[in-house]
Design a protein around this ligand. Structure first.
Ligand SMILES: *Cc1c(COP(=O)(O)O)cnc(C)c1O
Length: 468
């Protein structure tokens, strides 16, 4: 396989991609396969001799598509979306062709500078003040970890980096009980541990209670612990739980603690000014993460972290061994200093392509549709006998349930086994609930309303079974 062959096969791949996407509606969203089935189709060992690409491609077509959950399927309503707009796919193809390693400005000048500009474009698009700079990580998990490491080191005056954590006071970090497991993971990796991550009580609206936050910080300080920072949620993964950002930021500020806001999913919706009340006050945060790879059309991996002042994070994560120093006199940005891994992909290119190919207006129109259609569907489900809305739509996410946990579990199992739509479940306030989110880039109102049809059909089937 050489570059001339690559040219030929790239065209074959582009044709395949078009047909794959055009045919998604006719496929089940999830494959009807069992664990081990795909692995069993592969030889036990790597080949010793080269194989022709014709055979490799044929095996790809034979084995892979039918063995995948189709995240770009317009009736994918599970988890959160992982959108991939066509313009994003094209940008990724070009970034792959260049295959640069963007650790330093010198190793990827255009990638570095386009990343800086894209962070500025996005800050403006989300209504954040121009003083925010930032960087692009692979995932919100790593962005949050980076923020937590910087919080830890600032609290320890960089003694953790220098000497390790032994002998330090117990470190404490604060988040609501609605925050994502990536915060628990960051606490573990950063040496804070489950015991140091204080889950602050939430109110009936699933918002962290600011008084409870203030009390927890005060109690920990009185006990000789070292609070390092506060993490707030905008659009929690389970049911969209959102902290009262301005009130909680005020508590953190009064306590002298830095803050990080996890808006991994909901952040994309902030390109629409009418939704910004959800995170009112966010401009007071020190760090904010959102994933364009969820709802904005720039495909995985693309997690943007905005920073009011990057210097603590750079001081925490930046390392310059002799082999990484470069001669540029005006010290351009070396983005590896801002992140955990040294190596970095050219992720900014897909943001550049997506924002230009659809325009912010085009992206807003999609998100507005998704929110409206989720509301329409929730209204229909609310009217269905035996079904009830458990949590009302937060943007395009809501949950619903049947009469009992057993019925709800059976309903979602039946629906997903059928594969026409794909939904996942959560547990809210001790009750099993089905999560429904609208966000796939190409979905239509009909795709969303297909969920109502599926529900009616399954409920009718159940009623027949009970009658018979
Ligand atoms: C998806 C999600 C994350 C994790 O995102 P990754 O980019 O996969 O690490 C974190 N927080 C929230 C609220 C999320 O929805």
């Amino acid at each position: 396989m050489n570059h001339d062959d690559l040219n030929h096969w790239s065209k074959r791949a582009a044709d395949w991609a078009r047909d794959y996407h055009a045919g998604l509606r006719d496929r089940p969203v999830r494959p009807a396969i069992t664990p081990g089935e795909i692995a069993a189709k592969l030889p036990q060992k790597a080949p010793e001799a080269p194989e022709p690409m014709e055979r490799i491609f044929a095996d790809f077509e034979r084995i892979v598509p039918d063995g995948m959950t189709h995240w770009q399927h317009p009736r994918f309503f599970a988890y959160f979306p992982a959108n991939a707009a066509p313009a994003s796919m094209l940008a990724e193809q070009l970034a792959n062709a260049i295959a640069a390693q963007g650790m330093l400005w010198q190793t990827a000048p255009a990638a570095t500078e386009i990343e800086e500009v894209m962070v500025r474009w996005l800050a403006g698009a989300l209504g954040l003040p121009a003083r925010f700079s930032g960087t692009i990580h692979d995932s919100a998990t790593v962005a949050t970890l980076s923020a937590v490491l910087a919080m830890r080191e600032a609290a320890l005056d960089w003694a953790g980096n220098a000497e390790g954590l032994a002998g330090q006071p117990k470190l404490t970090l604060y988040a609501s009980d609605q925050t994502h497991s990536s915060i628990d993971k960051a606490a573990r990796i950063a040496g804070i541990g489950d015991a140091g991550l204080v889950k602050v009580d939430t109110d009936a609206n699933l918002s962290m209670r600011p008084e409870a936050l203030a009390a927890a910080i005060e109690a920990d300080r009185a006990a000789g612990h070292l609070p390092i920072g506060v993490i707030l949620a905008v659009g929690g993964t389970s049911v969209g739980g959102t902290d009262r950002i301005a009130d909680c930021l005020a508590v953190a500020k009064a306590a002298g603690l830095p803050t990080h806001v996890d808006a991994a999913w909901a952040g994309s919706a902030m390109i629409c000014p009418e939704f910004r009340h959800i995170w009112a006050g966010v401009e007071g945060a020190d760090s904010i993460v959102f994933n364009p790879h969820k709802w904005l059309g720039a495909q995985f991996d693309c997690a943007v972290q905005f920073l009011a002042d990057p210097s603590d994070q750079i001081r925490t994560l930046g390392l310059k061994p002799a082999f990484l120093t470069t001669p540029e006199a005006d010290a351009p940005t070396d983005f590896n200093d801002w992140t955990v891994p040294l190596g970095r992909r050219f992720r900014a290119l897909k943001l550049w392509f997506v924002m230009r190919a659809y325009g912010l207006e085009g992206l807003r129109a999609r998100i507005r549709n998704h929110v409206a259609w989720a509301g329409d569907l929730a209204g229909e489900i609310a009217d269905m006998p035996g079904l009830e809305i458990v949590t009302a739509p937060m943007l395009s996410l809501f949950t619903f349930a049947a009469e009992s946990d057993e019925e709800t579990a059976r309903l979602i199992a039946e629906i997903n086994a059928e594969g026409h739509v794909y939904l996942t479940q959560t547990v809210h306030a001790g009750r099993v609930a089905i999560r429904m989110q609208v966000g796939q880039f190409d979905c239509t109102r009909e795709d969303v309303m297909a969920v109502a049809e599926v529900l009616r059909r399954h409920r009718a089937g159940r009623a027949r079974r009970e009658a018979g």
